[in-house]
Design a protein around this ligand. Sequence first.
Ligand code: F6P
Length: 555
Amino acid sequence: MDKPGTEDLVSLTQRPQWAALAAHATQFAQTHLRELFAADPERGRRLCAEGAGLHLDYSKQRVDDQTLRLLHELAASCDVHGRTAAMFSGERINRTEDRSVLHVALRMPKGERLEVDGVDVVAQVHEVLDRMAAFSERIRSGAWTGHTGKRIRNVVSIGIGGSDLGPVMAYEALRDFSDRGMHFAFVSNVDGTDFSEAVRGLDPAETLFIVCSKTFTTLETLANAHAARRWCLESLAGDDDAGDDGAVAKHFVAVSTNTDGVRDFGIDTENMFGFWDWVGGRYSMDSAIGLSTMIAIGPDNFRDMLAGFHAMDVHFRDAPAERNLPVLMALIGIWNNDFLGADTVAVLPYAQYLKRFPAYLQQLTMESNGKSVTLDGRRVDYQTGPVYWGEPGTNGQHSFYQLIHQGTRLVPCDFIGFCEPLSPLREQHDLLMANLFAQGEALAFGKTADEVRSGGAAEALVAHKTFEGNRPSSTILARKLTPHALGALVALYEHSVFVQGVIWDIDSFDQWGVELGKVLAKRTASELAAVDSPRLRHDSSTNALIERYRDQRGA
Ligand code: F6P
């Protein structure tokens, strides 16, 4: 990987490497992918890399060898290599929260050691994993029964943000591996309809709630957990001497770092699965936060997923930068974002099971790199994290792809596909993948006006039917959507986000930007709850909206 540079104190845009990229971008801007492919018949085989079972084709990105060389020089000048080593060794690289960032420890194999403040965190991780596995097996086998002795058939996971998006994404992604005799639901929104719909038709006696919250202070999660408790106790409490506590003990478990908060809520800490402040919420799906995933797919498949994460971690740590998937993805993202002016990245999985993957990535990427000051608090003078969004192919093709093909904006795309189908409908898998390949090709090469004319188009329609092309995309292919492949895929994006954060010199692991809204919501909630309609002291717009709401909300 990159060697540490000497320019680490110079601000990013002042570096010669940045200036060189800017100059290169000006001169390179008009180069069409058609020319790049014509000049190098091997391009499609050359601009690819492999790691942890994933194949990354970045040949349809608007880069040439010089672009890549300059990007690697930029990464070296930012000491990506050194910062990576710092993360893996447990240094407190989350500076604004003074924390280590050790999601990589969550997937280190048993027996490896990683000491932080004199404690072997890998041993701690495996202790929790073993408890999770034992608990999951008891639920899956029916050995753990509810308060009335019935087998647990429904698992409802309550959490939000990193305590929801990972579990729900992984559950959907790995449905093919899940226990079909069980029902899983996920509740996140404080909108009461989310909870009501999730439990509609469920028997409380057969339902287990997993309350997931790193802090155990999150308003939405606690409100939903209290609703769940009421719903459960309405029908189960008082059936024996243990009363409420007995029912809660059988139907509620918690995943958190906050033992006191869990106890205060009334969940026995025996039924708590812990993790640590060095696991960021959006990096926690492979911690105990993944308990619902483990119950759904079983401990062995969960461990397979961890092995996929770990394989990508090792690849990221050890592979040379030129063949390092997360580094390449990060650098290409920086090129598109900071030098070609793209504001967004479309994530387009050609796998229905990955339908929640774009939503998951939104938190991972945007909560991590949606920052505008450097680590030492200076305002940046370059763009940082782009907007991530997406939908599974082929649905998106019949919706927003028009803009990607012919709109005025540059929208780099990440296509994700799998060679082996999980569905028995193999011909449909060929159709699915044909669409993936076709989209990348159409975006890159387009259709010239001459080609449109020679197809017999009326002259008045030539401009409308012409595709400029030169629209960049990467394609990530794996053999099959297995737990291992999912782990590798998530770790690929995690590390790519990290590398970008290092280069942008921002803290990818804090999220102060969500705090203000939380504080204002608390104040406003107490105003809405007050019986005497207190005088409002917001701006005139917010005051008027609250007044209208109060008038119209009903009894
Ligand atoms: O509001 C942002 C956030 O802090 C996320 O970073 C986090 O994933 C989410 O809230 C949920 O937090 P918790 O797991 O503490 O309930």
